[in-house]
Design a protein around this ligand. Structure first.
Ligand code: NDP
Ligand code: 2IT
Length: 448
């Protein structure tokens, strides 16, 4: 979609020049600026206040050395990041990604997306993201702990329960959050809600583990219902087999769908009868093994090397829950050809711009990441509330709040898309609705 507004064209040029070598960040910014074209035309006051010029630049970017000692006594060095992207509507909030592919451009794109996503949740959270190029795969618990402690030794200087509250993302789960929390508490002599996704014995919230996957299905269910459809009896393909994929599988199955495929970065399994989630949880959450092990105990299922092939499996609904740009134009075309009618994103930016064009041109119901996967951070916000009041709510209470939030996010995307002349385009709706709250707050607070 080519932009016509000269101010936006010039702004995007500046972003490209200033962030050369960071294609994911440029991709994320381009999508949002394109969606905001009608808003820019309708709201010259926001342009005047320099809201967009400020939004394309993170407030603060912290990069640091993370030295740690491996099991052989050898010093290892990783690079740590925290991008405190925008604090207009609340403390910086967003996950920590631990994956060898992490570099500044990935953290910036994730931080940028987080600003709009957090705004959509209706809770008072700004946007941030962090992480490291550390690879937890194949490391012992002791190595992971020493890395996390070293990472937090620097990170603790920059975060706090009213300043910046990190959480999990790829490679950062309950184990890593536990080690980081312990180190923060020791260094600061302070027991506070500085991280979310904590264990239930030390301030974590019920439903946070399930929240992103459940929230994805609640959002998708709303989108399906608004278009006369449902999960009932549908065949679903889900990529990934981590936190988001596992709980998306659980909720989609509860809502009457059959999930036939899951993947990891090596390959995918296909189980025509519907995947055995208890086995997947044991393999991935307890034993930390590869997905291919599934076929050892499920001889009717198949394993195929390579992860993009998963999109060639015929399905009604696709839920990408692994990583950015995992669905390209060819995969999107395959999904359409095989009769898929909805794609809803658990991962952050899993569809390339060309794939999104295929969805929109073929009438696919498209649930964009910022809206569809906001249930994780929304429940993090609920964890922050519980920590502040030093209480914990029941599973049912948190789950009901999560469901209410996902329903209101869908409604916000739907109505913004209609108001700005793009009915059914929930991507534009999410970008516009997420933007407007942040933009009003930035304008009101002056040029800071
Ligand atoms: P996990 O680390 O629990 O799982 C990640 C899964 O994705 C694994 O199956 C992993 O396979 C696969 N994966 C990771 N990188 C790649 C890659 N480059 N190519 C193919 N597969 C890959 O992470 P989460 O489930 O927490 O996160 C998944 C996605 O959801 C991410 O995009 C994340 O940003 C997003 N998200 C997460 C939220 C949360 O609350 N956790 C909230 C909102 C969004 P392997 O084991 O082989 O690496
Ligand atoms: O991408 C995301 O929204 C997350 N990884 C969750 C962030 C959080 O603070 O819970």
């Amino acid at each position: 979609m080519a932009m016509k507004n000269q101010y936006l064209i010039d702004l995007l040029e500046t972003v490209k020049k200033r962030n050369a070598g960071e294609p994911e960040f440029i991709q994320a910014v381009t999508e949002v600026l394109e969606s905001l074209e009608p808003v820019v035309e309708a709201r010259p006051d926001l342009v005047e206040a320099g809201v967009l010029d400020r939004l394309v630049e993170p407030e603060r970017q912290i990069i640091f050395r993370v030295p740690w000692v491996d099991d052989n006594g050898k010093v290892q060095v990783n690079r740590g990041f925290r991008v405190q992207y925008n604090s207009a509507i609340g403390p910086y909030k967003g996950g920590l990604r631990l994956h060898p592919s992490v570099y500044l451009g990935i953290i910036k794109f994730l931080g940028f997306e987080q600003v709009f996503k957090n705004s959509l949740t209706t809770l008072p959270m700004g946007g941030g993201k962090g992480g490291s190029d550390f690879d937890p795969k194949g490391k012992s618990d002791g190595e992971v702990m020493r890395f996390c402690q070293s990472f937090m030794t620097e990170l603790c200087k920059h975060i706090g329960p009213d300043t910046d509250v990190p959480a999990g993302d790829i490679g950062t789960g309950a184990r890593e959050i536990g080690y980081m929390f312990g180190q923060y508490k020791r260094l600061r002599n302070e027991f506070s809600g500085v991280l979310t996704g904590k264990g239930l014995t030390y301030g974590g919230s019920l439903v946070r583990t399930e929240a992103t996957g459940y929230g994805l299905c609640y959002f998708t269910d709303e989108m399906l219902k608004a278009n006369g459809k449902s999960f009932e009896g549908k065949t679903v393909v889900i990529s990934g087999s981590g936190n988001v994929a596992i709980y998306a599988t659980e909720k989609a199955t509860e809502l009457g769908a059959k999930v036939v495929a899951l993947s990891d970065s090596n390959g995918y399994i296909y189980d025509e009868k519907g995947v055995d989630l208890a086995c997947i949880k044991q393999l991935k959450e307890v034993e930390r093994k590869r997905i291919k092990e599934y076929v050892n105990t499920h001889p009717d299922a198949t394993y195929t090397e390579g992860c993009s092939g998963i999109w060639s499996i015929p399905c009604d609904i696709a839920l990408p829950c692994a990583t950015q740009n995992e669905i390209n134009k060819e995969s999107a075309e395959l999904l359409v050809k095989n009769g898929c009618f909805a794609v809803s994103e658990g991962a952050n930016m899993p569809s390339t711009p060309e794939a999104i064009e295929v969805y929109l041109n073929n009438g696919i119901l498209y649930g964009p990441a910022k809206a569809a996967n906001a249930g994780g951070v929304a429940t993090s916000g609920l964890e922050m509330s519980q920590n502040s009041e030093r209480l914990s709510w029941t599973f049912e209470e948190v789950d009901a709040k999560l469901k209410g939030i996902m329903t209101s996010i869908f409604a916000a995307c739907d109505s913004a898309a209609k108001e700005y002349g793009m009915p059914g385009n929930y991507m534009a709706g999410a970008n516009i609705a997420g933007f407007l709250k942040v933009a009003e707050a930035m304008k009101a607070q002056g040029c800071v």
